[in-house]
Design a binder for this molecule. Structure first.
Ligand code: OAD
Length: 230
């Protein structure tokens, strides 16, 4: 593995769109249907935790009804020829189910719950709901293992270190709107090759980047064909 090129894939909601999961900021996206501060912020949790439990219970249930798509699968297949690490903003488990083995979930995971007082007390819950009154082993209310707006992103420095070692940085399906995740691109080495797959224009002002203006599945096929001959 030592001589293999290191690929770091920075993924966002767009990679799971073709699996049937709604993105956040596209037209008809999640944040047109819901008030982000009511359902995905720490203030929202303090104001109306039952509403937030319901929102994430619905997301978790839906996740059990969808499958990974070819974009997730191609990323997993690339592990045969490359050292691939995925840094995802997604809270779904489609990279895992697609077969990838090195995945950092910057914004947490839907299939896990945690103590509302101890961020390190985390339990697997699969696709099951979290009920109001259901407690963690420390007696506190269980909450989704999600990093909400207004909270720190504990894995950001680990992710920045990983991005800085990439030979190839691949960005798939993220509007690059949410910080600190979007700022990770700035940690890429000046010699790293950067690709961005997205069917829509992504406001990116930075170094030379190869844009692949396709949906994730088609874009990943093109990306694979291009890098396999590098
Ligand atoms: P966004 O919804 O902001 O951006 C999704 C991106 O995917 C857009 O650039 C779309 O053009 C693109 N897209 C749409 N369909 C696609 C497809 N089939 N293939 C490829 N790309 C496609 O989602 P994120 O950037 O992931 O955080 O959002 C970042 C964070 O904001 C999320 O993790 C979430 C959200 O609020 C929290 O909830 C904490």
């Amino acid at each position: 593995m030592e001589n293999f090129k290191k690929i770091v894939a920075l993924t966002g909601a767009g990679i799971s769109a073709e699996s049937g999961i709604t993105t956040f900021r596209d037209s008809g996206g999640m944040w047109e249907q819901y008030d982000v501060m009511e359902v995905a912020s720490i203030d929202g949790w303090h104001k109306n935790p039952q509403l937030m439990l319901h929102f994430y219970n619905e997301r978790r249930k839906q996740l059990g009804e969808v499958e990974p798509n070819d974009a997730h699968r191609i990323l997993a297949e690339l592990e045969k020829d490359f050292d691939v690490t995925i840094v995802t903003q997604n809270v779904d488990d489609l990279h895992e189910r697609g077969g990838s083995t090195k995945i950092i979930h910057l914004h947490g995971e839907l299939t896990k719950a945690r103590s509302s007082t101890d961020p390190n007390m985390i339990i697997d819950i699969g696709n099951n709901p979290i009920e109001w009154g259901e407690t963690a082993p420390d007696g506190s209310q269980l909450r989704p293992h999600i990093v909400w707006f207004g909270e720190a992103v504990p894995l950001i420095s680990t992710a920045a270190e990983i991005v800085s070692k990439a030979d190839i940085l691949l960005i798939v399906g993220s509007s690059l709107n949410v910080y600190p995740a979007a700022g990770l691109v700035g940690y890429a080495d000046r010699n790293a090759k950067i690709y961005l797959i997205d069917p829509n224009e992504v406001a990116y002002s930075g170094r030379n980047i190869t844009m692949i203006r396709e949906k994730a599945t088609t874009g990943m096929k093109k990306f694979k064909d291009e890098i396999i001959i590098i």
